[in-house]
Design a protein around this ligand. Structure first.
Ligand SMILES: Nc1ncnc2c1ncn2[C@@H]1O[C@H](COP(=O)(O)OP(=O)(O)OP(=O)(O)O)[C@@H](O)[C@H]1O
Ligand SMILES: [Mg+2]
Length: 274
C-alpha cells in the first residue's frame, strides 16, 4: 500500500459503487509506477498544531488531500483528530508547521471566510444549521458571500434534496436528523464551492438514510466538486472513497485508495471490526 498522501491514486473505480459509465478500469496497483507528479486539488500538508497559542499539538505532521472531483475519506478512532484536521484545513486552527494549498495556491494564512471565497465549503460536525430559521433561510444564509443572483443554485440544491423544497418554510430544527444534514450540506453548496469539507455527514442517521446521503455526495463529486469527509461509518465510506486516510493520535496511520484500505488486514482488524 502506498503511504504517500500526495499520490494521485486513481481511487476506487469499482463501477458498482462509484462512477458509472464506460471505459477501462484504471486499477491502482499501489506500485510506484502510477505515481503522478501533479498535486492534489486541496492539500493540508504536514500539518502540526493544536488549539490556541499554547495548547498541546493535536495534529502531528498530518497530511490529508483530495483530487478534483474525487471523494477522500478520513476515518479513525474517536479523538484521533479528524475534526481537528478538517478545521485546520479550513483555517480554524493555528498551524505550528505545515501548509494548506488549494489549486496550487498557498492559503495557509487565509481566514476561513477568505477560504470560502477561494472555493471551500465546510460543514462542521456539530451546530451546522440554524435550527430556528426555516430551511430556505438556512440556504440563503449559506449564500452570504454572494452578491449575484443565487436562485439557480437554490434550485440545484432543491433538485439534489427534493424534501428540502417541500419543507422550505419549516423551521430547520423540526426536521429529522437526515434532513438536517441535507440542509447543512445544501447550505455549504450555496457558495458554489470547488471543494466540500464534510465532518460526519451521516452522524446519527439510519443505514438507509446514510446510503441516500452517500448517493447524494457521490452525485456532488460527479458534478466536479472535490469532497473531503470525515466518517464514522468507515467501511461504507471507504467503499465510495477514491482515497482514504486513517488517522490515529493526530498522525497518518494508513493511506491508500478506499479499496486498498478495505483490503488491508491491519486496517480491517483495527478500524473496521475485522
Ligand atoms: N476546541 C477544542 N479545544 C481544545 N481541545 C480540543 C478542541 N476540540 C478538540 N480538542 C481535542 O483535540 C483532540 C482531537 O479531537 P477531534 O475532535 O479532532 O477528534 P475526532 O477524531 O474528530 O473525534 P470524534 O470521532 O469524536 O469526532 C481531542 O483530544 C480533543 O479533546
Ligand atoms: Mg470529530
Amino acid at each position: 500500500m502506498s503511504s504517500n498522501p500526495y499520490q494521485d491514486g486513481r481511487g476506487n473505480k469499482d463501477r458498482t459503487i462509484t462512477k458509472s459509465g464506460g471505459g477501462t478500469l484504471n486499477v491502482d496497483t499501489g506500485t510506484e509506477q502510477d505515481k503522478h507528479t501533479g498535486e492534489a486539488f486541496l492539500i493540508g500538508d504536514s500539518m502540526t498544531g493544536g488549539y490556541g497559542k499554547t495548547g498541546p499539538d493535536i495534529l502531528h505532521d498530518c497530511t490529508i488531500a483530495v483530487n478534483k472531483g474525487e471523494i477522500a475519506v478520513i476515518v479513525g478512532p474517536n479523538g484521533a483528530g479528524k475534526s481537528t484536521a478538517m478545521k485546520a484545513t479550513f483555517g480554524m486552527l493555528h498551524l505550528r508547521a505545515g501548509s494548506v494549498r488549494l489549486d496550487g495556491q498557498d492559503i495557509t494564512r487565509l481566514s476561513p471566510q477568505a477560504r470560502v471565497r477561494q472555493g471551500m465549503g465546510f460543514v462542521p460536525q456539530t451546530s451546522n444549521i440554524f435550527t430556528s430559521m426555516t430551511v430556505q433561510e438556512n440556504l440563503e444564509m449559506g449564500a452570504f458571500i454572494r452578491t449575484d443572483d443565487f436562485s439557480d443554485t437554490l434550485a440545484q440544491v432543491y433538485n439534489l434534496f427534493p424534501i428540502l423544497k417541500d419543507k422550505r418554510h419549516q423551521a430547520a430544527g423540526e426536521l429529522s436528523g437526515g434532513q438536517r444534514q441535507q440542509v447543512a450540506v445544501g447550505r455549504a453548496l450555496m457558495t458554489q464551492p470547488k471543494v466540500l469539507l464534510l465532518d460526519e455527514p451521516t452522524a446519527g442517521v439510519s443505514p438507509i438514510v446514510m446510503d441516500e446521503l452517500f448517493d447524494r455526495i457521490i452525485e456532488v463529486a460527479r458534478s466536479g466538486i472535490s469532497v473531503l469527509m470525515v466518517e464514522q461509518n468507515a467501511r461504507q465510506a471507504l467503499e465510495i472513497a477514491d482515497k482514504g486516510y486513517v488517522l490515529v493520535q493526530g498522525a497518518n496511520a494508513h493511506t491508500g485508495t478506499g479499496k486498498e484500505l478495505l483490503a488491508d488486514p491491519e486496517v480491517r482488524q483495527s478500524f473496521l471490526g475485522g
